[in-house]
Design a protein. Structure first.
Length: 126
């Protein structure tokens, strides 16, 4: 938002699905950064921990998955991903159209220049 861009490649839809409409709109419209604890609280990540714990937590989760039926893990993963892919296919074209319009309007150029210059962008009224 701050730099004249929106998430594309299904990013807006995936964020809404992941964390809900209200939390997604907050992040999409403000472009604010959040820490790991808030990301976990709103469901953006399923676990947040101290940097020193990351490896141990990752191994713990990997061992849990590895102990399960490989065929069942594959099937669950394929089922979950195919549901999302089917729903997103029709919406991604609209999201791409909106993102392209930002490029055409010049907001991306204004935002990118401000980002590179480490200043706040100034956009015109639409």
């Amino acid at each position: 938002m701050k730099w004249g861009l929106i998430p594309s490649a299904g990013g807006t839809m995936k964020l809404i699905d992941q964390i809900g409409h209200a939390a997604a709109m907050d992040l999409l419209l403000t472009g604010r950064f959040i820490d790991g604890a808030e990301a976990e609280r709103i469901g953006l990540v399923n676990l947040s921990c101290e940097p020193s714990e990351v490896w141990a937590r990752a191994i713990e989760r990997a061992e849990m998955i590895a102990a399960a039926s490989p065929a069942a893990v594959r099937a669950a993963k394929q089922a979950a991903l195919s549901v999302r892919a089917a729903r997103y296919a029709e919406q991604e074209a609209n999201e791409q159209r909106l993102a392209s319009a930002l490029w055409a309007a010049g907001d991306v150029k204004i935002g990118s220049a401000a980002f590179l210059a480490k200043r706040t962008p100034v956009y015109g009224d639409d």
